[in-house]
Write a protein that binds this ligand. Structure first.
Ligand code: PGA
Length: 271
């Protein structure tokens, strides 16, 4: 099986609570020249404090690297100590925002209703939501993968139009694979992705479901990136730990480019 070329490949890094402004700038200065000809789009979700200066740095470098945030509040503004609004992220230069990450769901107890409100707010402010979904190990062992993914998708996307859904990115991240070194087998990953796509088909129609990007996330490294990216319904990666080093992250990017070129060549031969 190989990638579906109707969809772009998007490789995203999620830095979590790592890197200062200076570290972020020096990271993108090293990365930008390496991805000039990348066929895969490159996204980085970085700490709030580093967004503005890193965006300025990318403008000077004329880089297509897309910068975003890892969370936001669902309100426009208000007395919410310590929170950040979508408009503030946009003003700083963020183009996308990760929502519903498992650490937000499980460590900070964000529920589906809140994630839904955040998705709506991000779309309203023209900030691209990168919505994470995924089951825990306990849910997988109880054979609840389908129920959990369906519930997470349906509640996050409730009342959204197909057009709004088409502006989003999705990431399937099995909670048991995040930061643990455990990776879903190709069969587990492909079947969860196909399941997400079929749920999206029911929610938004076939045309949109075929076009949206569904990334895989959870302990992705250069050693497993090619196998994961070669699967039919996997259109990119959301990378935590391995996105913190330019060497490792750019290694994964070059593997993603190879997978895409191989799929393009295959398409040339068969058409
Ligand atoms: P990991 O994190 O690659 O370190 O497992 C993935 C994520 O949290 O998005």
């Amino acid at each position: 099986m190989s990638q579906n070329l109707l969809r772009p490949t998007i490789i995203a890094g999620n830095w979590k609570m790592y890197k200062t402004i200076e570290e972020a700038k020096s990271f993108v200065e090293t990365l930008a020249p390496l991805i000039k000809r990348s066929q895969a789009a490159v996204y980085l979700a970085i700490p709030f404090t580093a967004i503005y200066s890193t965006v300025q740095c990318l403008k000077e470098l004329k880089s297509s690297l897309v910068l975003g945030a890892q969370n936001m509040n669902d309100a426009t503004e208000g007395a919410f100590t310590g929170e950040i609004a979508a408009t503030m992220l946009k003003e700083a230069g963020a183009q996308f925002v990760i929502l519903g990450h498992s650490e937000r769901r499980h460590v900070f107890h964000e529920d589906d209703a809140l994630i839904h409100r955040k998705v709506r707010r991000a779309l309203m402010e023209d900030l691209q939501p990168l919505l994470c979904i995924g089951e825990t190990l306990e849910q997988r062992e109880k054979d609840e993968v389908e129920r959990v993914l369906s519930h997470q998708l349906r509640s996050a996307l409730a009342d959204l139009s197909p057009e709004e859904i088409s502006r989003m990115i999705f990431a399937y991240e099995p909670v048991w694979a995040i930061g643990t070194g455990k990776v879903a087998t190709p069969d587990e990953a492909q079947s969860a992705h196909a399941l997400c796509r079929s749920i999206l088909r029911e929610i938004a129609g076939s045309e949109i479901a075929e076009k949206v990007v569904i990334q895989y996330g959870g302990s992705v490294k250069p050693e497993n990136a090619t196998d994961i990216l070669s699967l039919e319904d996997i259109d990119g990666l959301l990378i935590g730990g391995a996105s913190l080093s330019v060497e490792t992250f750019s290694q994964i990017l070059s593997l993603a480019n190879k997978v895409r070129s191989k799929a393009l060549k295959k398409m040339d031969v068969t058409t």
